[in-house]
Design a protein around this ligand. Structure first.
Ligand code: SF4
Length: 292
């Protein structure tokens, strides 16, 4: 059995953003609540051993909420991962607590020393008004994205912008070019763009997520036009097993997911997911996809 990514759920279900497309509300809670759980360290060690034996190169520290609300736990996970020497250790975040200064420089330095390589910031594009409306409707303004990227670079991290494409956002080649120009100007190492996912209404915890994503989804013809533009203007570098393709577009790394429908090799698990209660799963959606 080969495994691509080892995802580690840090923090609780709490989040400082209010995304109407929140992935956490799309997938079952799987034992997560607003209370910070104490990770099941014995099973975490087993998960690390399995990931290492299965050839995992990338660990993704992510959450059912926002992991950086609990920086000490992120530090604890990084410390527990360090002996396994996984080449890439990534942290997925909305970036708000880092931009607000709730995560101080000493903590970023600790994370760097413990092996964190990449910080992935979720955005909907570079329009501060759309980002504010989606992530921070309860605040007057969105965070200073340029300053956040610069701070992460100063701390030694690679930055990946993970853009969720919406109909009013990155849904045309022109808007994608604006995003690419922004990424280039700010030396963003990696950029990922994927269209917002409309879940099956029967599987969501909260029907408003289904309704919002349905109403804001990038129309299929628009997404195809965007992919066609990238195919014509970029150089295809790499095809990932889950249907994502990595391009170089004018010197900027760009990964488009939902590019093609590629069936993953059934011998390969796309990911291994560690839940703090000690459960080890391989699918976010189906409770039956469990190893421990
Ligand atoms: S940042 Fe992530 S966890 Fe927080 S509300 Fe948005 S999608 Fe949900």
């Amino acid at each position: 059995m080969r495994i691509q990514t080892f995802s580690v759920i840090a923090g609780s279900a709490a989040c400082n953003a209010r995304c109407p497309f929140c992935v956490s509300r799309m997938t079952p809670p799987q034992g997560m609540s607003l209370k910070l759980p104490e990770p099941h360290w014995r099973n975490f060690a087993k998960a690390c051993a399995l990931a290492q034996q299965a050839g995992v190169t990338t660990v993704l520290i992510t959450g059912k909420g926002e992991p950086t609300l609990f920086p000490d736990q992120v530090t604890a996970y990084l410390a527990a991962l360090a002996p396994y020497r996984f080449p890439f250790v990534e942290l997925q975040s909305n970036g708000i607590a880092i931009a607000d200064g709730r995560i101080d420089d000493a903590t970023l330095a600790d994370w760097y020393k413990l092996g964190l390589t990449t910080v992935i910031i979720s955005i909907t594009g570079i329009d501060p008004q759309i980002n504010r409306d989606v992530y921070l409707p309860h605040r007057e303004a969105y965070i200073d994205l340029v300053a956040l990227i610069a701070r992460l670079h100063r701390a030694g991290f690679s930055v990946r912008l993970g853009c969720v494409a919406l109909a009013q956002g990155v849904s045309t080649p022109e808007r994608l070019q604006d995003l690419l120009a922004f990424a280039r100007a700010n030396q963003v190492e990696q950029l990922t763009v994927r269209p917002v996912t409309t879940p099956d209404p029967g599987t969501v915890q909260d029907l408003s997520v289904f309704e919002w994503t349905r109403d804001h989804a990038v129309p299929e013809h628009a997404w195809k036009a965007l992919v066609t533009w990238v195919e014509a203007n970029g150089n295809r570098l790499l095809q990932l097993a889950h249907g994502a393709v990595v391009f170089d577009v004018g010197g900027q790394n760009l990964c488009l997911s939902n590019c093609l429908t590629i069936r993953p090799d059934e011998e390969e698990l796309r990911q291994l997911i560690f839940f703090p209660d000690g459960h080890l799963r391989y699918d976010w959606q189906y409770a039956g996809a469990i190893l421990l």
